[in-house]
Design a protein around this ligand. Structure first.
Ligand code: FAD
Ligand code: NAP
Ligand code: SF4
Length: 686
């Protein structure tokens, strides 16, 4: 059975003057979506306990009120063996239905539609009950799955159909069947993980039968007026993944089995090619969606690194896809769609694809949020309510902490003056944005520039705050940031020894070889800066694909080809004193990308290093008891940071108090996530 293929905008709808394709309604025959913005599935951690559903409802309600056309929830397993983790979100019992009604009601009240994602984790489940088509352990999971019998396979299909029926009972407009990213269904379709020789494996047709049966049975269980999105893996990006002709055959069979919409799935979780981090070019993978477009008649969704309306509009206007999926960008800004609809893209708080507060949190078993928007998933707890008593507030420092504090306080009705010693706002983000692959950090500065103006903050650039010009304020908030830590081995003041600020500000031009001292986030970024020359490949998808080994024709199995990294601009060593692999403390979901990128540029990463000194010959180090000289032109110090509190000391000496946020408060382990969170939370209380 197939669903109606007509999905054009009704002629009665006047096109949106700013993004006509993005805001054209989508008629699915039995229901209509108000626009082409699909909020893609993202696990938040609020799915796993019924007691968190009111919070989940508030989170989705804000996105629905913000104008999204269709929302897809985080993944819910159709049964226990499909759990993502022990006691993860599941929809297999009648009593699990009711809490979902909070969510569906809240979304419908704001005019959006919502689908529940059915996600069976298969061998990616982090628990001992996992099942799979074949008994093969995933390289990213310690648990080996049990191979399903033929009857066991049938039971899984029934579980999908039952869960979809329950989703309908709960008020969902449909379900998304997760068939990509290397999860259970994808394991059936790919020869890499399906070694069966029965009705469910052995030939491409038998490998895809499981996916097709699930869609057919879900349609049968839920009737014709129920959205079924199927997330199809268009790019597996692993060896022995699917081949293009197999993917096209799957798309056609899934459409014929009753899918309403096909969503693009890009890359297995075990793939060693990044698919969503900030260094991935915007909309990097839409060409593969375009390649599938002529083969299907149901609406097709483009996905991955689509974060601004211009790019979303282009994808739709070029006929690449019928909808765009955004997940993280809607965590960063719940009002993304309304701002685009109203022609205010400059007001969008653009997701910088850092993963620091969303996916990294999920992998650490913490509730997801957003580095830029601490209210994400905390909508019932953190509110920027109007103040009844407007105060005069001085905020010193226009880095992330000061910007967040100033704008939230002003939004609440306070009269805020922001002092910044530099000639521009942004603080250390002005260095971060210079790192190849971190171009998105420009967007945060653009957003705050707009937000300061919108909220009426008085900005005093090129003004060093002093106790004198801070007189007369009701509150003084110091967001003065950090000072780079100095090193103190022999030769530390040699001309070869420079700070990362010297390098990134352009004060020092680094020679043909360099040693980077300190392998934290900044050390890795500086090494990346030093090995690159010319335009960043993040701005050139074709070069980026070649560097990482993605087949540009998408024809080879798994779409993999030999990576062709560009040669490094200089010889670089990256060093740390702690024994072991440098980069172990980088983000869970992005650290491996930083390490792989530097390895491809032949950066030598050494742990367990003792610094003996610097002289004309270079940097002398001791490693495993053996002394070596690294014959480098420069030694770039990225050895962490200390709080910058000179002004605080002066205020204290004058008998005046001030509140400290961001690096000025605690510099150790400081990142923009903590800076923005702290600034926003303080402003919410002032
Ligand atoms: P800062 O950003 O340091 O801002 C302090 C501001 O105060 C400065 O603009 C300074 O000029 C001003 N100031 C100081 N004294 C005065 C005064 N007396 N009067 C007026 N103004 C004053 N973090 C992440 O989370 N993710 C990343 O990917 C990331 N990448 C980075 C890459 C690089 C290369 C660098 C350098 C940093 C990166 N960071 C990253 C760290 C992040 O930028 C900092 O954690 C964050 O900027 C700290 O914010 P802050 O507001 O506390 O301080
Ligand atoms: P960091 O992560 O604390 O790393 C500092 C490095 O310097 C460590 O590798 C440390 O390693 C070394 N070090 C410390 N004291 C030293 C000393 N006295 N002499 C020599 N080496 C010393 O700090 P950072 O790299 O400056 O980063 C600052 C913050 O920005 C971090 O919290 C980070 O999360 C954030 N950031 C994040 C990203 C990101 O991509 N998420 C990117 C950039 C920055 P040893 O002690 O082992 O030598
Ligand atoms: Fe985007 Fe980073 Fe926010 Fe996640 S934490 S939504 S990646 S800006």
């Amino acid at each position: 059975m197939s669903t109606p293929a007509a999905f054009a905008a009704s002629p009665a709808d006047a096109p949106n003057p700013h993004y006509p394709h993005l805001f054209a309604p989508l008629d699915l025959g039995f229901t209509r979506l108000r626009n082409r913005v699909l909020m893609g599935s993202i696990h938040t951690g609020l799915e796993d306990r019924a007691s968190d559903f009111p919070k989940l409802a508030a989170y989705f309600a804000e996105r629905a009120a913000g104008g999204v056309g269709l929302i897809v929830t985080g993944g819910f397993s159709p049964n226990l063996v499909g759990w993502l983790k022990p006691f993860g979100g599941k929809l297999s019992w009648p009593w699990e239905v009711r809490p979902h009604q909070f969510v569906t009601q809240a979304v419908h009240d704001h005019g959006s539609k919502i689908c529940l994602q059915l996600l069976h984790a298969g061998r990616y489940g982090y628990h001992p009950f996992t099942v799979a088509p074949s008994k093969l352990k995933a390289p990213i999971n310690p648990f080996t799955p049990r191979q399903l019998s033929a009857r066991g396979v049938e039971r899984q299909i029934t579980a999908y159909a039952d869960a979809a029926r329950r989703a309908r009972e709960a008020g969902y407009d449909g379900v998304e069947v997760m068939g990509s990213e290397g999860y259970f269904i994808n394991e059936f379709t790919a020869p890499r993980t399906n070694k069966r020789n029965d009705a469910w494996g052995g030939t491409p047709e038998k490998r895809m039968r499981f996916a097709v049966e699930i869609v057919r049975r879900v349609r049968e269980a839920c009737g014709p007026d129920f959205i079924i999105i199927y997330r199809l893996s268009l790019l597996d990006l692993v060896e022995d993944g699917n081949q293009w002709d197999e993917i096209v055959a799957q798309a056609k069979a899934i459409e014929a089995a009753g899918a309403t919409i096909i969503n693009s799935g890009i890359g297995w979780h075990e793939a060693r090619i990044p698919t969503i981090v900030t260094s991935v070019p915007r909309a990097a993978f839409v060409d593969v969606t375009a390649k599938l477009k002529p083969h299907v008649t149901v609406p097709l969704v483009a996905t991955n690194r689509i974060n601004m309306p211009e790019i979303a509009e282009r994808i739709l206007a070029d006929g690449i896809a019928d909808m765009v999926s955004l997940a993280r960008p809607l965590l960063a800004d719940a009002e993304w769609a309304n701002k685009a609809r109203d022609g205010r893209p400059q007001a969008i708080n653009t997701c910088i694809a850092c993963n620091q507060a969303c996916l990294d949190h999920v992998f650490e078993n913490k509730r997801a949020s957003c580095l830029l928007n601490p209210r994400a998933c905390a909508e019932t707890e953190l509110n920027y309510t109007k103040t009844y008593r407007a105060k005069r507030i001085a905020v010193v420092g226009a880095g992330p902490a000061g910007l967040a504090c100033a704008t939230v306080a002003a939004e609440r009705g306070h009269r805020v003056t922001l002092f910044e010693a530099a000639g521009e706002i942004g603080g250390q983000f002005n260095y971060a944005k210079k790192i190849p692959g971190k171009e998105e950090f420009h967007e945060t500065i653009r957003y705050f520039t707009h937000k300061l103006e919108e909220t009426g903050v008085e900005v005093r650039l090129s003004t060093v705050a002093t106790p004198e010009n801070l007189a007369g304020f009701d509150e003084v908030v110091l967001a003065t940031g950090i000072l780079p830590r100095r090193v103190d081995f022999p030769g530390a003041s040699h001309a070869k020894v420079v700070s990362y600020l010297d390098v990134l500000s352009g004060r020092v031009t680094v020679g043909a070889s360099a040693a980077v001292i300190g392998a934290g986030g900044i050390g890795f970024d500086v090494a990346q800066y030093l090995v690159h020359e010319g335009e960043s490949s993040t701005l050139d998808p074709a070069r980026w694909m070649a560097e990482w080994g993605v087949d540009p024709s998408f024809e080879s199995r798994g779409s993999l080809v030999k990576p062709r990294p560009e040669p490094p601009a200089r010889e670089v060593w990256l060093l740390q004193r702690t024994p072991g692999k440098p980069g172990a403390r980088l983000g869970k979901t992005s650290g491996w990308v930083h390490r792989a990128a530097l390895k491809a540029k032949q950066v030598r990463m050494l742990g367990g290093v003792e610094y003996l000194g610097v002289d004309e010959d270079g940097l002398r180090i001791l490693i495993e008891g053996i002394e070596q000289v690294l014959p480098v032109d420069h030694i770039v110090v990225c050895a962490g940071q200390e709080p910058r509190r000179d002004l605080h000391a002066e205020l204290l000496a004058a008998g005046r108090g001030a509140r400290l946020i961001g690096g000025a408060d605690v510099a150790a382990e400081l990142d923009a996530k903590r800076a923005i969170d702290q600034g926003s939370r303080l402003a919410a209380q002032l």
